[in-house]
Design a binder for this molecule. Structure first.
Ligand SMILES: [Zn+2]
Length: 139
C-alpha cells in the first residue's frame, strides 16, 4: 500500500466524519462540514506533532542508552570479585569493588589488525593462467 492510499483513506475518513457531524446540523450542512473537517485536520496535526516529539525523545534515550556499554570485570584483589562495570569509551572508567571496596581503574586497550581483502578471481583469472603457462611451458 503506497502513501497515496493512506492519503485517500484519511481524506475519506475525514469526509465521512464531517458528513456525520454535518447531518446533525442539517440546516447548516456545508458550514458544519467545513468546520468539522478543519477541526479534524488541526487535531490530527497536533496529535502527529506530539507523537513525533515523543518518538524523537525515545530515539534520544535509545542513543544515550546505547553508549552505556559494560563489561564483566575481575577486581585485581585476591578475591577476584567479578562484576558488571558500565564502560563509557570517552570517559575514565573507575569503580569501587563490591567486595574489597577498593577503587579500581579500568584500562581499555585496543589493537588494530589489517583487514584481508578476498582475491578478485573474475579479473585475476587471466593473469593466473599467464603465470601458470609461464611456469609449465617456460614461455
Ligand atoms: Zn576487590
Amino acid at each position: 500500500m503506497g502513501p497515496i492510499f493512506y492519503i485517500i483513506k484519511s481524506i475519506l475518513i475525514t469526509a465521512a466524519i464531517s458528513t456525520l457531524i454535518a447531518l446533525v446540523f442539517l440546516s447548516h450542512f456545508w458550514q458544519a462540514f467545513a468546520i468539522s473537517a478543519a477541526l479534524q485536520v488541526i487535531i490530527f496535526y497536533i496529535i502527529n506533532t506530539i507523537r513525533d516529539v515523543s518518538i524523537q525523545k525515545l530515539e534520544n534515550q535509545r542513543i544515550a542508552e546505547y553508549s552505556k556499554q559494560g563489561l564483566l570485570l575481575k577486581c585485581p584483589c585476591y578475591k577476584q570479585n567479578q562484576e558488571f562495570v558500565p564502560i563509557v569509551l570517552n570517559e575514565n572508567n573507575n569503580y569501587n569493588c563490591e567486595v574489597c571496596n577498593k577503587p579500581v581503574v579500568v584500562s581499555i586497550e585496543t589493537t588494530t589488525l589489517a583487514a584481508t581483502v578476498p582475491v578478485d578471481l573474475e579479473n585475476s583469472q587471466d593473469k593466473i593462467s599467464q603465470i601458470y603457462n609461464k611456469i609449465t611451458n617456460g614461455n
